[in-house]
Ligand binder design. Structure first.
Ligand code: FAD
Length: 426
């Protein structure tokens, strides 16, 4: 019997999922596995475990995926182990797996896991394959080699729009049964932390691929709020000012290709306007940061970022940082956004830009401390988008402007003129 371990990472869905299709098409017995390595954020700055909203979103997503598998008499094994690669190696030997299949990731640590496993697989004669299910384009679809990905987003966008086509999503795999007790296997129980459902939350939904499709239906087909996205996307308050697809994209409950395909359908059947295009434009930002992460590897996470030639002036002050994280800086826009993050696990894009600028340029603190705190708490945490955006705001990434400072007072007047957002969260 040909046994394969199907390693789920940030691809917690069953449809449009190349690794899932490959595993179920080519092997007799597929063991679906997820390994929770716990908090990975830098404890030097952001102390403590993963934020409870982020944790809850992950658990919801795993429960949903497991339900999907159980409908086919299979089951997701969830383990909590510090070293996923070591765990998989041991398991593969124990159960006699001849292949390990998983999704391709783009950030340094995850890519390192892939190369370590591939190297080991070669020595042991175990087939290791990682398939890209995350991005709109595959690497070969890009009109440049990886090391030639432009340093400026507009050049990337211009070229891919002209020369590359977004891949179409693929359907669901033909999932075969798996009974864990046959292998004496047992995963951990999925226990969701107690979270307070805040009525003020911009993300009043739970994780999982079923919720992801409900949100997509709501934003596109039910409310049709997508038709005004370009005008509302800088909003701060409420559910519909932007799509809120990011938490689902980050854990892979929904793929970028699925969103693009639904967007095309919406444009064909209902309407195509500047706003529908703009959602695609934003997905290209996400796309860009993934390829930038793959291209630059470790540099995304070090103080100098992508600009080693630029002197480093930032320092760190624990008390000042604590004021920022707890929403007690005295700047109302910054404080209300930080409170929203702590109480929901989410913050708007406008909010993120302001609090990041404040930490870096007003408080003079190390950008990596802010990035680590975001990593700990955001329900949509994604290494490429998070560190890419922090570097961008710190002037150490892909921003052609050398200094990107926001005046939070002017920003509040422009984006929260009646003080509704600030009053909601203070
Ligand atoms: C300092 C900072 C940190 C960030 N950290 C993350 C992160 O960890 N994870 C994350 O997904 N996004 C991150 N972003 C990007 C952006 O703020 C969120 O993607 C967006 O707010 C999510 O809300 P939405 O899904 O409603 O976005 P929408 O406005 O509806 O956009 C649709 C989709 O486009 C993508 N997108 C939009 N803007 C960006 C952007 N600037 N960078 C990358 N992708 C984008 C997202 O996938 C998003 O879901 C960060 C931005 C900043 C300034």
């Amino acid at each position: 019997m040909k046994i394969c371990i199907l390693w789920f990472r940030n691809n917690l869905r069953l449809s449009d999922n190349w690794p899932v299709v490959e595993a179920y098409t080519n092997y007799d017995l597929v063991i679906p596995l997820f390994i929770d390595e716990g908090s990975q954020h830098n404890q030097k700055w952001a102390k403590g475990p993963r934020g409870k909203y982020r944790e809850a979103f992950l658990i919801d997503s795993l429960i949903d995926l497991n339900k999907g598998l159980m409908a086919y008499d299979s089951e997701l094994i969830v383990l909590r182990e510090k070293d996923a690669v070591q765990t998989i190696r041991t398991l593969a030997i124990e159960i006699g797996a001849i292949a390990i299949i998983g999704p391709k990731e783009f950030a340094f640590n995850e890519v390192k896991q892939e190369t370590t496993l591939e190297h080991w697989g070669k020595l042991k004669g175990i087939k290791i394959n990682f398939y890209n299910e995350k991005t709109l384009f595959l690497q070969n679809d890009l009109p440049f080699a990886l090391d030639e990905i432009p340093m400026v987003f507009s050049r990337f966008r211009g070229k891919v729009e002209k020369y590359s086509s977004v891949r179409l999503p693929i359907g669901e795999a033909d999932i075969s049964p798996f009974e864990p007790s046959d292998f004496n296997m047992r995963g951990i129980s999925l226990i969701k932390p107690e979270i307070y459902k805040d009525d003020r939350s911009a993300v009043p939904f739970k994780g999982g691929y079923l919720s992801a499709w409900e949100e997509l239906d709501y934003y596109f087909w039910e409310s049709k709020k997508i038709l005004e996205y370009k005008q509302t996307r800088n909003g701060l308050l409420g559910r519909g000012f932007s799509s809120k697809f990011s938490p689902f994209l980050s854990l892979g409950c929904l793929s970028a290709r699925q969103i693009k395909s639904e967007l095309n359908r919406f444009e064909d059947e209902i309407e195509s306007n500047d706003s529908t295009y703009w959602l695609f434009f934003e997905l290209l930002w996400r796309e860009y940061f993934q390829w930038i992460a793959l291209k630059h590897g470790k540099d995304l996470f070090v103080a100098h970022g992508l600009k080693p030639e630029k002197p480093i002036k930032q320092g760190f002050n624990e008390r000042a940082f604590e004021k920022w994280t707890s929403g007690n800086t005295g700047d109302k826009l910054v404080d209300s956004n930080m409170k929203e993050l702590a109480q929901t696990g989410f913050m708007s894009n406008r909010g993120r830009q302001n609090v990041a600028s404040y930490l870096i340029h007003d408080m003079g603190l190390d950008w990596r401390a802010g990035a680590a705190y975001f990593e700990q708490h955001l329900i949509d945490y994604d290494p490429a988008s998070n560190y890419g955006n922090w570097l961008y705001n710190a002037g150490r990434g892909n921003d052609p402007r050398p200094f990107r400072k926001f005046n939070t007072k002017i920003q509040a007047e422009r984006y929260d003129p009646k003080g509704e957002f600030v009053n909601t969260w203070t």
